[in-house]
Design a protein around this ligand. Structure first.
Ligand SMILES: Cc1cc2nc3c(=O)[nH]c(=O)nc-3n(C[C@H](O)[C@H](O)[C@H](O)COP(=O)(O)OP(=O)(O)OC[C@H]3O[C@@H](n4cnc5c(N)ncnc54)[C@H](O)[C@@H]3O)c2cc1C
Length: 429
């Protein structure tokens, strides 16, 4: 770990210069153009690195609110005690040292699309030629009475990794042996469609070993979920799903939604049903990160519409949106997809800066989900643009795990570990 002061020192004097001065900082004349990237998650960090790899003459500034990034991928693993929160942590030194990305640790609080400037909290602005926005998600707090950002400090969502993950893990450990965990799964679209069910699986595995009489009830704001038949098959085999003493129970509550959080960890539905939990994990409805809303990049859905070919906003030319915040109809919101969208976007931006047309990209996604520490399932797909410039699945590519014998499930859990190593390397180094 490095402290903030040392980090800023390592990340280069040019970046310090660009935030300390008043007024707008313009790129020096030796660079052809300046691309600013907001958000150093899987989308933004990959885009910044790829831009510099494609065109080493390009000035690229990555602005990220936190000096350390905590990955959501594998954060569910913490809940089975097979990983610690510290293992999720990355920083931006390598992007700066290996790729010459100017990294600014600071929060953007305004974008002026007409003037092509971004303004940092605390002052200082930067001029850009093109802007890539990758702020991830924010939560919709007003649809469950009594649950808001403040309450989430006590009743974690753990849908942004870090302190929230740690809090949920501590609550799980402190729960009585016969405790009830209630997990409220969000409506579509949301970050990581199989994530809530991987979480339930790993909490079930933990309970099997350390809280033998505990149960997990998933209340779902959808009628079905990603890889459902594979999860249910795994839960039947591992956790007695469907039997009287099954450890996991799943209920769709689309016709009787949760409307309020009452005292003592109780969820109340529209028809007055009440569910009181020892550990309550509410995963709220989601929308694009706040800066995307402030900039005017979102539509009524709360997400940012883009032209898939270039990732350019359909609302604001010159600004590209990638990762979870963007609408890539059909492609799930995942780290894998964010990384893939970032590479395609970087190629498009370099083409556009050189007055060329972007090439039609292919996007990829794979999501592994652990059923237990040694068993996993996956879904993968390749996507392309059709003649109407819309995203569609490449026929015959991808699909879900076909083999569910123990050796195959074990192999997939190994793939999940290797995937995590390679995606974090590809993004942050
Ligand atoms: C429990 C869980 C498990 C998951 N598992 C997987 C998995 O196994 N595989 C997979 O592919 N995906 C997985 N995901 C999904 C994955 O985490 C997200 O899809 C991915 O993080 C999206 O990347 P992003 O860059 O769009 O957003 P983020 O990773 O959220 O990054 C956004 C960044 O922008 C920064 N930011 C926001 N606003 C500002 C601002 N105003 N100024 C400066 N910086 C700002 C934030 O600090 C943040 O670092 C999982 C998610 C969860 C919750």
């Amino acid at each position: 770990m490095i402290d903030r002061r040392r980090f800023l020192h390592l990340s280069g004097a040019t970046c310090l210069a660009s935030i300390t001065g008043c007024g707008v900082t313009r790129p020096d004349s030796s660079h052809s153009a300046h691309v600013v990237v907001i958000g150093g998650g899987f989308a933004g960090a990959t885009a910044a690195k790829t831009l510099r790899m494609l065109d080493p003459g390009l000035k690229v500034t990555l602005i990220e609110a936190n000096a350390h990034y905590m990955t959501c991928p594998t954060s569910n693993w913490v809940l089975a005690g097979i990983k610690s929160v510290r293992d999720l942590c990355f920083d931006y030194r390598a992007l700066s040292q290996n790729h010459g990305v100017d990294v600014i640790i600071g929060k953007v609080n305004a974008v002026d699309a007409a003037q092509k400037t971004v303004t940092l909290q605390g002052g200082g602005s930067l001029h850009y030629d093109r802007l890539i926005m990758a702020p991830g998600i924010d939560f919709v707090w007003d649809d469950i009475a009594g649950y808001d950002a403040e309450t989430a400090r006590r009743i974690p969502h753990a849908w942004q990794a870090g302190p929230q993950t740690r809090l949920l893990w501590r609550q799980l450990q402190a729960m009585p042996d016969n405790g009830l965990i209630v997990l409220l799964a969000p409506p579509n679209p949301f970050r990581c469609p199989p994530g809530p069910y991987e979480r339930a699986s790993l909490m079930a595995w933990y309970c099997q070993h350390y809280k033998p009489k505990a149960k997990i009830l998933i209340l779902d704001r959808k009628r079905g979920f990603s890889k459902q038949h594979l999860f249910i098959q795994g839960w039947r085999r591992l956790y007695g799903y469907g039997a009287d003493n099954g450890r996991i129970e799943w209920q769709s509550i689309t016709d009787n939604p949760v409307v309020a959080l009452r005292p003592e960890n109780t969820l109340e539905t529209d028809f007055g049903d009440r569910f009181t939990a020892d550990v309550l994990n509410i995963i709220p409805r989601q929308k694009a990160g706040k800066i995307a809303h402030l900039t005017g990049l979102t539509d009524d859905s709360g997400w940012c519409p883009v032209t898939p070919l270039s990732a350019e906003s359909t609302r604001m030319p010159g600004i590209h949106v990638i990762g979870d915040a963007a609408i890539y109809a059909g492609i799930p919101k995942s780290a894998f997809a964010a990384n893939s969208e970032a590479k395609a976007c970087a190629m498009a931006v370099v083409a556009l800066l050189n007055d060329k047309l972007p090439q039609a990209p292919l996007w990829m996604n794979t999501c592994f989900s652990l059923l237990s520490p040694g068993q996993a399932i996956s879904v993968s797909m390749v996507y392309k643009l059709n003649s109407a410039q819309q995203i569609e699945k490449v026929k015959g590519a991808g699909g879900v795990s076909l083999k569910t014998d123990e050796a195959s499930l074990h192999r997939e859990s190994e793939f999940a570990r290797y995937w995590y190593q390679s995606i974090t390397r590809d993004t942050f180094f």
